[in-house]
Write a protein that binds this ligand. Sequence first.
Ligand SMILES: *Cc1c(COP(=O)(O)O)cnc(C)c1O
Length: 482
Amino acid sequence: MKYDKLIFELSKPGKIGHKLPELDVEDVCIKELIPAELLNDGEIDLPEVSEPEVVRHFVNLSNKNFGVDTGFYPLGSCTMKYNPKINEAMCALPGFATLHPNVPECGAQGALQLMYELGEALNETSGMDACTLQPAAGAHGEITGIMLFKAYHENNKDFQRDKIIIPDSAHGTNPATATMAGYKIIEIKSCESGLVDIEALKAAVGDDTAGLMLTNPNTLGLFEKDIQEITKIVHEAGGLVYYDGANANAILGHVRPGDMGFDAIHYNLHKTFSTPHGGGGPGAGYVGCKDFLKDFLPVPIVVKNGERYSLSYDVPKTLGKMKDFYGHFGVLVRTYAYVLSMGSDGLKKVSDYAVLNSNYLANQLRDYYNLPENVKFKHEFVLGGLKNPNGLVTLDVAKRLMDMGYHPPTVYFPLIVHEALMVEPTESESKETLDGFAESMIKIAKEAETNPEIVHAAPHDTEIKRPDETLAAKELILKYTK
Ligand SMILES: *Cc1c(COP(=O)(O)O)cnc(C)c1O
């Protein structure tokens, strides 16, 4: 990856990339209409470059992007799966893409029907009774769900329920969500096998329990075999159970959170349901809930009367709005296209192949990387570093993978696995791609023994090699300064 000049560095005074036509209407000085303090000093400091320079600059920038369309992206717990192009084509249909959010209901029947039917379809996969499509992301879905729990307890005058229980293998957004909703967190340790420790859960619940947040399969890729007992323990204590279904790639069409005993769930439509993901969004977080929570859902909800669809604000104890208008509609169109083009059999196959690919890959790596024995993984697995590290750590492996053309997997998460390297191949990768990745991982393990320096000095081909990540996160500089 060679360093290209910034567009400001290409600039030469007097170069022009675009010429506006001569003014053929009266020149109205808008300066007089704008308050003086809002006007700039006349210097806007735009780069001065030719048209080909502008085009090359932006095309080159776009080529520096790494995404699922350019290479294998085995990021654990994030389902960076391929986004079928039919989703994009459907989303770009002018009837959807140019629809104004303020158009009267009679002019938006198709869009409303799409949202209604998508909600029904997602409820069917999750085993829930009602839903909202408003949240803009997974974490936003979580807070919507936990606010539903809170509204429910407060409606029951159950004000002493001020704690949410979260296993130590949870995604970081879970404790953040519960804290933002005003709850105290009780963290319960996983048992040796990586699953929820039932005894620890029993000891943690009480009449101060508002709920439990759980990911199943958890972030180790393991299915909670005692899930019905887990949800029962929390329910018997008067708490509710929230399913973090950000990544439901392992269970689609096989088991439903509603049947496991969960009361509410979110899906990340930008993970499991194949809409684009990354760079900060936009995503979408479907939130489904059981009947007894539906009176608290955000407004508006889409309702069907006869053949007509409308937006209803008639939700008796609504939380109010979680997002302006109706959420990220374009993401909903893509999800709808995905669900319809896959069908229920197709969605089930997604999970079949996601789980098969994950186990296939895990087994190729187990001679070279630490991995528990005799475990069947779901959609992802977590390696515990190199078997013979020879002074190298997981970060070195991740950096070396970049030299081989791969986006590194998630590293050092979940926190409960030492030297964690978390891999999720997804259903959309071919056997050849998986074999190629395994070969590279094995090559790195062999290099660790014979030539550890080359791994430790990686990446070799990038302009920036090993930034100080703490500094980069705390003092993020995204602006050009001369
Ligand atoms: C990705 C993820 C989230 C957060 O989703 P965002 O859309 O990034 O807010 C929450 N939980 C789990 C398990 C996830 O994988």
